[in-house]
Design a protein around this ligand. Structure first.
Ligand SMILES: Cc1cc2nc3c(=O)[nH]c(=O)nc-3n(C[C@H](O)[C@H](O)[C@H](O)COP(=O)(O)OP(=O)(O)OC[C@H]3O[C@@H](n4cnc5c(N)ncnc54)[C@H](O)[C@@H]3O)c2cc1C
Length: 455
């Protein structure tokens, strides 16, 4: 099988899986030192654990396996480190990971599971900060906590309900700001009808964090191979052989950490189980102090709105605005141009004082949904000793890192010390008639777009 076919997904245009195309992101222009000792796999190798995918999940797993469990590890990443979503995201190291919300998780799985899930999300953020301190990761931390801004007056009621739920269910007091209070805090955009203040999370430079993770994993003894797409996976009993174009890794345990870039054609057990969704980001030129003052947005807050198809935004340390949204249903190059133009209009509508401001960077990439709208850390069906950790619903900076650490414990056959709800270990369900996923996505976007326009 060619490397291209093995790493592609039929859900979107295959060009989006072409590892020869470098991600042209703001982060890559300012990504700090490249990781060293991450050469492509050469020849035959053996390891206790082989990991497919070198994003937050795969590299966190590798670091924890080598450091805490004393196991030998080989990470195989198809592109360069940072080619996938972990090098392309908005840098919100915040709560999240599922597509159901607190109440949905509570109703479906009960109180203890909902509490464990809430605790896991907070612990995930704490772990990123702890890893940074311990391994000297250059996070470029900027902005504390998260703000969810009501885009319609009625959505403010939903935010107030959420604050009450969090108090009732988890004993935390989350404030809801009046529109004027939000402005006083230095955050002003059109469609401001108040905001929920989530007192957890922070902003970071995702690629520097990821490259730091790669360095730390290598320092702890893990072997990391970039430009090493796994093109075939043989399983014989409990023995696995992962083949790249230039070598083979033999291992008794495997972790699939491929999230929105999960290959459909590598093995039948992975086919049809995830729904990759595009998210698109613009980054403006640096805004001057007088421009920031004119708009009334002067602080590096991490902000998203109450839409199902949400907009997210933050001021970066060099005073550029990062502005992101869902990337639509087509991955064609002309669709990218259209998406960027639409995002530009949405940006101008929210920030009238910055209408004239040029955009220096625009890119997109895949986040990942699952059929049951939950993340999964579960065995791969029919592949004894193999696990998968994925489907963070657009919130994988902290949660991918956390499930990577939890996967390391599972692969080592040990208990995981942090909070981890049992529902995460449920099998990853396949989508019904998986070839219809583009249609499901189109229908969901049409419905959510309609709902988002409701008052
Ligand atoms: C534009 C955008 C903005 C986002 N913003 C945020 C945000 O602000 N905050 C947040 O928490 N989350 C955000 N996300 C989501 C977040 O980036 C992801 O959830 C997270 O990076 C997932 O990490 P991962 O390691 O699981 O997967 P990825 O980082 O996607 O890594 C998977 C890797 O697997 C590799 N791979 C696939 N097939 C093979 C193969 N056959 N052989 C070898 N390697 C293979 C891919 O090349 C890829 O690098 C955003 C996502 C996007 C696209």
């Amino acid at each position: 099988m060619s490397s291209f076919a093995a790493t592609a997904s039929p859900v979107h245009e295959t060009e989006l899986h072409d590892r020869r195309r470098p991600p042209l992101t703001y982060w890559h222009r300012r990504g700090g030192p490249l990781p060293v000792a991450v050469d492509p796999l050469a020849g035959d190798a053996a390891a206790d654990v082989a990991i497919i995918g070198g994003g937050f999940t795969g590299l966190s797993a590798a670091l924890h396996l080598a450091r805490d469990h004393g196991l030998s590890v080989r990470v195989l990443e198809a592109g360069v480190i940072g080619w996938g979503a972990s090098g392309r995201n908005g840098g919100f190291c915040c709560m999240g990971g599922d597509g159901r919300g607190w109440r949905g998780v509570w109703r479906r799985f009960g109180e203890a599971e909902a509490r464990a899930w809430f605790a896991a999300q907070k612990a995930a953020i704490g772990m990123v900060a702890e890893l940074a301190g311990r391994h000297r990761l250059d996070l470029q931390r900027c902005g504390e906590g998260e703000l969810i801004v009501a885009h319609r007056p009625r959505r403010r009621e939903a935010l107030e309900r959420e604050a009450r739920e969090v108090a009732e269910l988890f004993g935390e007091s989350w404030e809801v700001l009046e529109p004027g209070e939000l402005r006083e805090q230095g955050v002003h955009l059109e469609e401001n009808h108040g905001a929920l203040v989530i007192p957890h999370g922070f902003g970071l430079h995702p690629l520097r964090y990821l490259r730091g993770l790669a360095r730390a994993a290598v320092e702890q003894g893990a072997r990391v191979h970039e430009r090493s797409p796994v093109v075939a996976w043989e399983t014989d009993g409990r023995r696995h052989r992962l083949h790249t174009a230039t070598g083979t890794v033999r291992a008794a345990r495997v972790l699939v950490a491929t999230n929105g870039y999960t290959p459909e054609n590598l093995v039948p057990e992975l086919a049809g189980r995830v729904l990759p969704v595009l998210s698109c980001i613009l980054v403006t030129r640096p805004l001057t102090l007088s421009e920031r003052t004119a708009q009334g947005w002067t602080v590096p807050a991490l902000v998203s709105d109450t839409r199902r198809l949400l907009f997210y935004m933050r001021l970066l340390p060099d005073h550029r605005l990062l502005f992101g949204a869902r990337g639509g249903i087509s991955g064609a190059p002309e669709a990218f141009e259209r998406r960027v133009a639409r995002l530009r209009q949405s940006f101008a509508a929210r920030f009238p004082a910055w209408r004239h401001v040029t955009v220096d960077h625009a890119w997109w990439g895949f986040a990942c949904l699952s059929r049951d709208r939950l993340p999964h850390l579960a065995p791969v069906p029919e592949r004894p000793g193999a696990w998968l950790a994925l489907a963070y619903h657009g919130n994988g900076v902290a949660m991918g890192s956390w499930l990577g650490a939890a996967a390391a414990a599972r692969l080592a056959g040990r208990g995981f010390e942090g909070p981890l709800p049992a529902f995460l270990s449920r099998p990853l369900p396949r989508f019904p008639l998986p070839f219809l996923r583009p249609l499901y996505l189109a229908a969901a976007y049409a419905w959510y777009g309609f709902r988002d326009r409701w008052p």
